[in-house]
Design a protein around this ligand. Structure first.
Ligand code: CDP
Ligand code: CDP
Length: 204
């Protein structure tokens, strides 16, 4: 049986950090699906047509540190409301999820749309203030200047757009386990998630 772990949740909840740690622990491959939307967002900022960019996206485009900026995140959340963009990215994600050896995918709609039959679904969340503070610290620790209030506003605007769009809105799947990490360190969140997944893993 193929093992797929779906990790969904709002911006800066710690999905990527957690998913990477889970993939290392269980020996699974990891796909940060936000990078797909970020790559399309970056293509649009460069003057491309969102649907065309999504339909011709090459996996190599995901390996680009320039996708990490707030401007690209904002552009990503704007193109992520377009149904044809989302549709163009489905096969790549499902093929990744179906690989032998297990996979962890993190995003917004993995448990609800991309992998409704995932072995384990986690919904990772934290208060908007906590999440904005994490993003702020990431930028400051990377030597960049950052504005706390602007980051909080950006995180809230993106959450709002992600949760209220018509196609694949951000919401926990009915069978997802919610992990609120507001008062957890990344290591504590990792330990909780490993326990949740281990309990639900098929025997053998
Ligand atoms: O992928 P997502 O945007 O959800 O979050 P991330 O890129 O993993 O960033 C989360 C940030 O919060 C990282 O700097 C983590 O070190 C930190 N963090 C965490 O991931 N989990 C916690 N429980 C506490 C802090
Ligand atoms: O790292 P962070 O959580 O801030 O953002 P991300 O996961 O890189 O996603 C950037 C944007 O892409 C999100 O705000 C969503 O609008 C969109 N996205 C999506 O719609 N569906 C996914 N499976 C992943 C990301």
């Amino acid at each position: 049986m193929k093992m797929t772990v779906a990790v969904d949740g709002p911006a800066a909840a710690g999905k990527g950090t957690l998913s990477k740690a889970l993939a290392a622990h269980f020996g699974f491959a990891h796909l940060d699906t936000g990078l797909l939307y970020r790559a399309v967002g970056a293509g649009v900022l460069a003057g491309g047509d969102p649907i065309k960019v999504a339909q011709t996206l090459e996996p190599a485009a995901l390996d680009n540190p320039a996708l990490r900026t707030q401007a690209v995140a904002e552009a990503a959340s704007q193109i992520a409301v377009i149904a044809e963009v989302r549709q163009a990215l489905v096969d790549f994600q499902r093929d990744f999820a179906a690989r032998d050896g297990g996979a962890v995918l993190d995003g917004r709609d993995i448990g609800t749309v991309i992998c409704p039959d995932a072995t384990v679904k986690l919904f990772v969340t934290a208060s908007a203030e906590t999440r904005a503070e994490r993003r702020y610290l990431e930028l400051v620790n990377a030597g960049q200047t950052a504005d706390r209030a602007a980051i909080l506003q950006e995180v809230r605007a993106r959450d709002d757009r992600d949760a209220n769009r018509a196609t694949a809105p951000l919401r926990p799947a009915d069978d997802a386990v919610t992990l609120d990490t507001s008062d957890l360190t990344a290591d504590q969140a990792r330990a909780r998630a490993i326990a949740i997944i281990s309990e639900r893993m098929p025997q053998g």
